[in-house]
Design a protein around this ligand. Structure first.
Ligand SMILES: [Zn+2]
Length: 348
């Protein structure tokens, strides 16, 4: 019997529907639980194919104005990036910043972690999702890995890292210009802490890594998308965000252990996912790659990427995080993970 249980319940909701002259209507909801953390998500089949109601459509005119206006004062553009972005203390990095291709990593002006660098990804002020090439994403991750290596060397307490992306205002970005951020700290932040604790318990109970068991369980199934090198791409049974895709490294839990090939392979996967999101009409996204320092862990964690779409950009757009996500920490499923995987599989 499988160790991983994909648990869900169904609920029939009955009401008198004004759209059907107040005849009795019944909608069958599915409430799913994440097998590792128990986090819930809900799917109402009546909302399937109604993404438009929740996410609207991007307004190209608004995007053009936004890009043009923000480019005038962008300090990630042109010569401003050298003049206006912070530098590291000389005892941390004699170069002041880390450069890989067009990617440039430097300290955040207002840190939200023990270490919190920002990585300007490219020279271009704005990119369509299909313009995020594997090379460009790779340069960003390679800069993050170099930074993490210095942080490990200088500070033995640093153990937990997340390399993250917010693209455009609906995703929480304060700048249009494509960039990543990275948090490296002595304690894991809430969500990562919950995953690590659950993985530790799993390892104690079964003697195996949850994520390795997950790959084994999902491979070839309806939520499995494909492989790029040692990364396995799938849709989570109970997602944390809209159109969520995850990638799990089959061997390593520490960003430091990833080879350049591993980084190129995850970047090529992210590029494929972003391309796919563009075909769905999305533009705004978040992702996070989580890492645990080897010395700190019990070997049960695996570097893991989670990527989701966010609200579309149009005037007076609604927020896609409401009570359900923010205060009940549950997600609404519009497209079932199994269908999402089926569609994305074609491009992997
Ligand atoms: Zn810019």
């Amino acid at each position: 019997m499988s160790k991983i249980i994909f648990e869900s319940i169904e609920s029939d909701v009955r009401f008198l529907n004004p759209l059907k002259e107040f005849a009795e209507d019944v909608q069958t909801l599915q409430i799913r639980k994440d097998p590792l953390l128990g986090d819930t998500s809900v799917f109402n089949p009546e909302l399937k194919d109604k993404a438009e109601i929740f996410f609207g459509s991007c307004d190209q005119g608004l995007i053009d104005t936004l890009v043009e206006d923000t480019a005038k004062t962008c300090f990630f553009c042109g010569e401003a990036v050298a003049k206006s972005t912070p530098r590291f203390m000389p005892d941390f990095s004699s170069e002041g910043r880390i450069k890989v291709g067009e990617a440039l990593l430097f300290p955040n002006l207002f840190s939200l972690g023990t270490y919190h660098p920002v990585i300007r990804l490219c020279d271009a002020h704005f990119l369509k999702l299909s313009e995020f090439t594997p090379e460009l994403i790779s340069n960003g991750f390679l800069a993050a890995q170099q930074f993490n290596r210095i942080a490990y060397e200088k500070d033995p307490s640093v153990a937990y890292a997340a390399v993250t992306a917010n693209y455009l205002f609906p995703a929480g970005a304060s700048l249009v210009h494509p960039h990543l951020q990275m948090i490296a700290t002595p304690i894991p932040y809430s969500y990562q802490a919950r995953m690590i604790n659950a993985c530790n318990k799993w390892q104690k109970n079964y003697g195996t890594s949850y994520f390795v068991d997950l790959i084994e369980e999902e491979e070839g199934g309806p939520r499995y998308i494909g492989q790029t090198g040692k990364w396995h791409w799938l849709t989570p049974f109970s997602p944390l965000g809209n159109n969520e895709i995850i990638a799990v490294h089959e061997d390593f839990g520490d960003l430091d252990d990833l080879s350049e090939k591993d980084i190129n392979n995850i970047s090529s996967g992210i590029s494929k996912v972003l391309n796919y999101y563009e075909t769905l009409g999305h533009l705004s996204y978040n992702y996070a790659l989580y890492s645990v320092r080897n010395e700190q862990g019990d070997g049960s964690f695996r570097t893991l990427l989670k990527i989701i779409t966010r609200q579309n950009l149009y005037p007076n757009y609604r927020n896609d995080d409401y009570f359900l996500q923010k205060l009940l920490q549950s997600e609404l499923i519009i497209t079932p993970p199994e269908e999402l995987a089926e569609q994305l599989k074609k491009t992997f």
